[in-house]
Write a protein that binds this ligand. Sequence first.
Ligand code: SAM
Length: 264
Amino acid sequence: VTAAAFWAEALRSWAIPDEILAAAPESPWGFPVSVFVDMARETVSGPWTPTVRRAAEALPERGTVLDVGSGAGTASLPLAAHAGRIIAVDEDPGMLSALTSLAAGQPGSVVPETIAGRWPDVADRVERVDVAVCANVAYNVPDLAPFASALTSVARTRVVLELTAVHPLASLSPLWERFWGLTRPDRPVVEDALAVIRETTGATVGVERWERPQHRPGLLGEGVDWTRRRLCLPERAEPEVAEALRQLPEQAGRAMVTLWWEPT
Ligand SMILES: C[S@@+](CC[C@H](N)C(=O)[O-])C[C@H]1O[C@@H](n2cnc3c(N)ncnc32)[C@H](O)[C@@H]1O
């Protein structure tokens, strides 16, 4: 099998079984905008992440940055005082409004241009850019080859892809076991994404591993509600979910990987 087919199949194995989904009182999908706003705010005011550094390295004076699956702009807003243009693409318009407001509160920032839609479907609405960044989206994309190849064709100097070393929901696997007796998969991992990128682009890919400090150790507070919905459980399960979260091993940070390559 190709690396692309393996990636798609491995992601499919994360599907929630129909009978559990049918029991879910609310949708287990979607991302809480507030979590991504907090994260973007922190990276804008704090030290640059390796992803931002790799993007900045390849960005010409007043160059254009494209941020795909931008969320509230964690990967691109730190560059807002250096870039000539920032183009943010996200399928969630709520994330794009959050990004626009954050940029508006940032002195010296360019006004980001936003495109609501799915990558690569909206790729033809984007002119060529200097640097394309895409952070924490890959595990949502079963069809990673056309996704990565559209990023590669749109960028002049560099593509930067950030992802977690393992599936972003892997930390909840012990809870799936506990509440539903369901064993979650252990693939795909970052090496599987790397294989797809090499296979698709033929590029030499740079790899930097780093750690993102955990923002909400133990995922308490609003994390309980989010986790409970993710697990397809009713509201009354919240005390038990909180307890299960407390019993998870403490994690100092989250293992992250930044990949980058030059389009050829
Ligand atoms: C986990 S968030 C990451 C946000 C931000 N890049 C960050 O690192 O904080 C994933 C974002 O990608 C968006 N997204 C997922 N798949 C997408 C696609 N194919 N095209 C555009 N946006 C997508 C979601 O709406 C969400 O805002």
